[in-house]
Design a protein around this ligand. Sequence first.
Ligand code: CA2
Length: 163
Amino acid sequence: MRKQKDASPDPTTAPEQTRLLVLHGPNLNLLGTREPRYYGSTTLAEINRALAQRAERAGVVLETFQSNHEGALIERVHAAREQNIRYMIINPAAYTHTSIALRDAVAGSGIAFVEVHLSNIHAREPFRHHSHFSDLAIGVICGLGSEGYLLALEYLLRRIATE
Ligand code: CA2
């Protein structure tokens, strides 16, 4: 009898799955509960679920991390380098405008990333106009609400598929 072909990939030759990290900065855990004018009514859990589902369909592993603590975000970025995270999507929230420490961690990681903001930071108070991350980012999406995260993911999936 002919041996049936094994459907599972050979672990010795299968390429490692591509891993992505989505990093959410301080207060984004409150999404969907307050300030819908700026940040919409979608919760962070809903955003993370939509991203994970889309990534899974593409065969990519996507992890999400939110913290209200600068050090925790920095340490997550350090760990991402060790974990071979291929790309990141980052909404540094208020740390966008203040954190050189997080910027240095992201720059030091060498991991390419897309910066996302729910609101249009350029149409808001002047102190939100400058980002410590934008010059390092592949690109920046802002003002498109929670869709911005999905658009960033679409871009990265397309980029991964062609590299
Ligand atoms: O528009 C964005 O995504 C921001 O990164 C959000 C930050 C803000 O400091 C940036 O300038 C732009 C604030 C996140 C706070 O999120 C909240 C969500 C619901 C209720 C309160 C805060």
